[in-house]
Design a protein around this ligand. Structure first.
Ligand code: ADP
Ligand code: MG
Length: 239
């Protein structure tokens, strides 16, 4: 079976600076892969390259076996989940969630059907006519996710979606995202610098160190057999 998303010898240069230094990785259909690593190690850049928001300097990005390296974001069938502050304040939840479909010219009844489905999956049914300011932080984040779900992507890309939330809400949303993954069965690629998020959500964790993969493995593998001190310190294994 084809990988859902595959990176082959991917590099990124900003001028003279190389920030991604040859990354190889295959994400299986339905797999939950978490990129972790300290600030500045290249997590966002790599995710943006997968999304097509950042050009790939060298190497290839395949989506379901298809070479997507030069495809624009809209052709890739992937959804990037932005933080909840990207919601339109003047639109209702229903309009916010349906926005990408309306922008794509989809018929109204199909939009309504998909918005209802997303609202059910995210338990937003009761809030469809509210505006973002009348929602809690967790509800807003669910609306931001709903806006991705309606496009029925083949994989979701998350860049630190919970970093602006307080501790209690982070725990709640972590649980929501795990449940959503279970329900949809869609591959997820999730960036965080939070070890606990990585350990609880991931099927596999990719530890990035200065634009290179330091180690890939299940949370248990990384915890019990870290490849080096960097991974051990980052994952918090006993030494
Ligand atoms: P992370 O998300 O892991 O914190 P980033 O992917 O944002 O890391 O950044 C990786 C490196 O690339 C950093 O050194 C950052 O300064 C650099 N970088 C990111 N975007 C740009 C850009 N548009 N131009 C130049 N350098 C960039
Ligand atoms: Mg980042």
């Amino acid at each position: 079976m084809n990988a859902q998303v595959e990176l082959k010898a991917v590099e990124k240069w900003f001028g003279e600076a190389q920030v991604i230094k040859g990354v190889d990785l295959a994400v299986a259909p339905g797999e939950f892969v978490v990129f972790v690593g300290p600030s500045g190690c290249g997590k966002s850049t790599l995710l943006r390259m997968i999304a097509g928001l950042e050009e790939t300097s060298r190497g290839q990005i395949l989506v379901e076996g298809r070479d997507a390296t030069a495809e624009p974001p809209s052709k890739r069938g992937l959804a990037m989940v932005f933080q909840s502050y990207a919601l339109y304040p003047h639109l209702t939840v229903r309009e916010n969630v349906g926005f990408p479909l309306k922008a794509a010219g989809m018929p109204k009844d199909e939009i309504a059907r998909r918005v209802d489905e997303a609202a059910r999956a995210l338990r937003l049914d009761a809030y469809l006519d509210r505006r973002p300011r009348d929602l809690s932080g967790g509800q807003r984040q669910r609306v931001a996710i709903g806006r991705s779900i309606v496009r029925q992507p083949t994989a979701f890309l998350f860049d630190e979606p919970l970093s602006n939330l307080d501790a209690a809400l982070r725990v709640e949303m972590r649980y929501e995202i795990a449940k959503l993954h279970q329900q949809l069965g869609t591959a997820m690629i999730y960036v965080t610098h939070d070890q606990i998020e990585a350990m609880t959500l991931a099927d596999r964790i990719v530890v990035l160190e200065f634009g290179k993969i330091a180690q890939v493995g299940t949370p248990r593998e990384l915890y019990t057999a870290p490849a080096n001190l960097f991974v051990a310190q980052f994952i918090g294994s006993p030494k």
